[in-house]
Design a protein around this ligand. Structure first.
Ligand code: ASP
Length: 452
């Protein structure tokens, strides 16, 4: 994935190191009752000085997100159709919240937005209005200062945030501010004056940027779950919650699909050593998960097991491969030439495999196999479909004897055939590949060997 944040820069602002930046996600702000809960959380600790908000999300699983409705309005206008019906749904949502929270200005704010949408406003501008309107509403409800993200979050023309400039602008804007500050997430403005959005879920990134800019003591990310779990609850019954996890561990788990946070949200705070605390708006007393730089791993070697299906391995074998200079490079180059990223490339003396996500290979597998034959001329080439990868993750794994033994013994006992093994250079994880049909069994046997 393309990094959405470029560059670095020190914050010129030095606030009280107990300052908390709290970001509330869409489900935490989906209706008036949820917004009241969020407001009570903010007001319960005077260190909660910065509030970053998402647009109202889903109230129930079949509800609509405001951001999706805004994209729909934009696309209707683009097709020359009337967007009024779709905008009515947006208006009703905001007006029902505003009536309950007594924010009469909402009517005018909505009218202005609707006029712009109907007159063909650009897609990012339209999408950003979900956060903008919610930010205004919540600032008004809290009696807080509203700082528009377009005035402080600076994008380059390449679509990446200009970090140093953004941190400096935020710091300068809130300097000497004693009131609570509300900033809408998800967007900013580029150097040409155009509003730009992050990718979906990007309010997490804004929260991290604000935390970094004000050098917060903690970045609280309030959502609808009580943090990360040691395994996927759809596969493991009542998995244990993770109290503390390092940035590195969290990255490994989220790469494998265990994610509650936008991937890009970690980088701004990680470089400044600001912990992220994932917390539940509906259960503020729950401990949540803290993402930190280092942790004492002596008692909890392993933090989690995560994995998913949908990978393909292309296995190649060639006599005396180890002496053939450039084999690996040519393999990776031929993938690069077709724009196909690879996940792993395990090798042995005379073999090399590449593990690729099945969706990247779709419709192109035959061409890739042909390229390999033509360019590398291997003795044998085999394609294994339906591979699942499972990562067993924990900082303590690198210096604890017997971890791999325990893992493989558990899989052996469960009758799982391991098709690939990869221990990353960081040694904080062991990744194994199994066929899709063995995925659930493998996950369960690893979890019970290490956790239960
Ligand atoms: N509202 C945006 C979305 O739905 C951004 C966010 O909620 O973080 O993706």
């Amino acid at each position: 994935m393309v990094r959405e944040i470029a560059g670095d820069g020190a914050s010129p602002l030095s606030l009280n190191s107990n300052t908390i930046v709290c970001k509330f996600g869409g489900t935490s702000l989906a209706d008036a009752d949820q917004i009241r809960k969020a407001a009570a959380i903010v007001q319960s600790d005077s260190n909660r000085r910065f509030v970053v908000v998402s647009a109202p999300g889903k109230r129930t699983s079949d509800d609509k997100k405001i951001t999706d409705l805004l994209y729909l309005c934009h696309s209707l206008v683009q097709q020359g159709l009337n967007s009024a019906f779709a905008f009515d749904v947006i208006r009703e949502r905001y007006m029902s919240i505003a009536d309950k929270l007594d924010v009469p200005e909402m009517f005018d704010w909505l009218r202005d937005v609707q006029i712009q949408i109907a007159s063909g406003a650009d897609s990012d501008w339209v999408a950003s209005r979900g956060e903008y309107l919610n930010g205004r509403l919540i600032a008004r409800f809290l009696g807080a200062r509203f700082v528009d993200a377009e005035d402080v979050v600076v994008f380059g023309l390449d679509g990446k945030v200009r970090a140093s400039e953004t941190y400096a602008r935020i710091a300068a804007t809130v300097e000497n501010e004693n009131n609570i500050v509300v900033i809408p997430g998800f967007y900013g403005k580029d150097l040409a004056g155009k509003v730009r959005c992050f990718s979906r879920g990007g309010s997490d990134i804004t929260g991290a940027i604000v935390a970094r800019a004000v050098l917060a003591g903690v970045y609280e990310n309030w959502t609808d779950v009580s943090g990360l779990l040691m395994a996927d609850p759809r596969l493991i019954k009542n998995p244990k919650p993770i109290a503390e996890v390092t940035y590195r561990e969290q990255r490994e788990l989220s790469y494998m699909g265990a994610t509650v946070l936008h991937d890009e949200a970690v980088f701004p705070v990680r470089e400044a050593g600001i912990p992220i605390h994932i917390r539940n708006t509906n259960d503020p007393a729950a401990p949540g998960t803290r993402i930190v730089t280092t942790r004492d791993s002596s008692n909890s070697t392993l933090v989690g097991v995560a994995g998913h299906k949908g990978f393909v391995t292309i296995f190649t074998e060639k006599a005396l491969m180890n002496g053939e200079v450039g084999y690996g490079r040519r393999m990776l180059e031929l993938l690069e030439a077709r724009g196909i990223p690879y996940e792993h490339a395990p090798t042995s003396i005379d073999t090399m495999s590449v593990v690729i996500r099945a969706d990247f290979l779709e419709g192109r597998e035959d061409q890739v196999v042909l390229d390999i034959k033509n360019i590398l001329n291997p003795d044998r080439i085999e394609v294994l479909h339906d591979l699942a990868l499972i990562a067993t993750v924990g900082e303590g794994m690198s210096n604890k004897i017997g971890m791999a033994g325990k893992l493989f013994a558990a899989l052996g006992e469960a009758g799982v055939n391991i098709r690939m093994i990869d221990q990353g250079a960081s040694e904080i994880n062991i990744i194994i590949g199994v066929i899709g049909a063995d995925f659930e069994k493998a996950m369960q046997s690893i979890y019970s060997a290490f956790v239960e």
